[in-house]
Design a protein. Structure first.
Length: 414
């Protein structure tokens, strides 16, 4: 997670935004509607797609909404049999979950070296029948931290089957201003505003997971849509007969979208590109500092295979001493570092996403801590299962903590 700038909070707390009532008449909401209209425009430009809906309340909710939109499109054009969604086997768990909730059948596509296996994709399209494919749901850069350079070829294969290319845009913070999803064949996508534009996290809400679509899918987007009238005023359009309807109360998560507007406006187009360049540089810098002690299956500088904004390490040598992955994560707490995602996208991995907001000093500190932990494991692996050593609570019984929680009274230093 990147650092959320304070200016976002200042903007969201302005009384003109925070004290509005969503049932006020449109003519008393012009500033708020203008802001939403501008967020819509920003995201249309950033995605290279035609129309954005701001309603979904999280990344996962965006996936769900987009699937509903794609399904509605196919039902409308007389192809209701399209119910199969292909998704690479390293897809985020929300991808198959959203498909299942929409009544679609998910078929995993093999990945090779972290990227979609084209032969397997072709085989699956043939096996299931091109006429039954609804979409390919792909994350790019993907969860292995790599930008899949075959994306145009992949998109062509999916389009030849008459299906849609859906981008899980959770990793857009690696490509802002560098490339447009619309240019690499995407028909429909969601944004994770928390990862890309420094807003609070979604996790199913309350966050924001706007979706962007090409024009053929636009009539099916949720209502209401934020529009600008010929006289320059803003209004909510509820008159969209083909719309899938509402997916969130009112017009979505307004406070989160104010933060999104603030971040994008503060950065500007060049600043957004700089965000991605720094996020990618920080990840590659950190990976390069660690790769000799922490094996990285997808980071191969000698073969010119670098990472995008995050990298995955599977520290096999350290784990061969008998310690568990969680021991490394727990020891990090002693140095004030929040443990990263574990065991995903592959078993026994740490997935590290430094983000653009960390300074070189912080990245160097992080690397020195990880190298020190590697030294400790090599010298004294038996002590690791007792980490953290310096926190108020050491190794908690995680099952008991969930099933029989007990609160601890910490000393009052106020
Ligand atoms: C690749 C990917 N897809 C989907 C999601 C789901 O997003 P959310 O937690 O906002 O529902 C995430 C979460 O950050 C993610 O990393």
């Amino acid at each position: 997670m990147k650092l959320n700038p304070r200016i976002n909070e200042w903007a969201a707390a302005l009384p003109g935004f925070s004290q509005l009532h969503p049932l006020q008449d449109d003519d008393t909401l012009q500033g708020a509607l203008r802001l939403l209209y501008e967020v819509r425009g920003f995201l249309e430009a950033i995605s290279g797609l035609d129309e954005v809906s701001l309603q979904p309340a999280a990344g996962a909710h965006g996936e769900y909404t987009a699937l509903k939109v794609m399904r509605a499109y196919y039902v409308d054009i007389g192809q209701p049999n399209r119910t199969i969604v292909l998704a690479p086997d390293n897809a985020h768990g929300t991808n198959p979950a959203s498909c299942t909730m929409c009544g679609a059948n998910v078929v995993p596509v093999k990945t090779n070296d972290g990227c979609t296996d084209l032969d397997d994709l072709a085989r699956l399209i043939k096996e299931h029948g091109p006429e039954n494919i609804l979409a390919l749901m792909i994350t790019n850069p993907n969860t292995a931290g790599i930008f899949d350079h075959h994306i145009e070829e992949i998109a062509n294969m999916v389009h030849e089957a008459g299906a849609q290319v859906y981008l899980d845009g959770a990793n857009m913070n690696a490509i802002l201003g560098v490339t447009l999803p619309g240019d690499f064949g995407v028909d429909c996508m969601h944004f994770n505003t928390h990862k890309t534009f420094s807003t609070p996290h979604g996790c199913g809400g309350p966050g924001a997971g706007p979706i962007a679509v090409r024009s053929h899918l636009a009539p099916y987007l949720p209502v209401p849509q934020i529009m600008m009238a010929d006289d320059g005023s803003f209004y909510l359009d509820k008159d969209r007969p083909k719309s899938i309807g509402k997916v969130r109360s009112f017009i979505g998560q307004f406070g989160v979208l104010v933060r999104c507007w603030t971040y994008i406006s503060a950065c500007g187009p060049n600043g957004l590109r700089n965000v991605s360049e720094k996020a990618v540089l920080n990840a590659n810098y950190s990976a390069a500092l660690l790769c000799e002690r922490y094996e990285m299956p997808y980071f191969k500088p000698a073969a010119k295979q670098f990472c995008a904004h995050e990298f995955v390490t599977v520290p096999k040598t350290l784990l061969s001493t008998g310690i568990a992955l969680v021991d490394i994560a727990k020891r990090m707490i002693d140095f004030g570092i929040h443990p990263p995602t574990m065991h995903w996208p592959v078993h026994n991995c740490l997935m590290i996403e430094p983000t653009e907001t960390e300074s070189k000093k912080t990245l160097d500190h992080f690397a020195s801590v990880m190298l020190r932990i590697a030294d400790e494991i090599e010298k004294e692996p038996q002590s690791m299962p007792h980490a953290p050593f310096e926190s108020v609570i050491s190794r908690a019984d995680e099952v008991a903590a969930a099933r029989k929680p007990q609160t601890v009274h910490l000393p009052d230093h106020s």
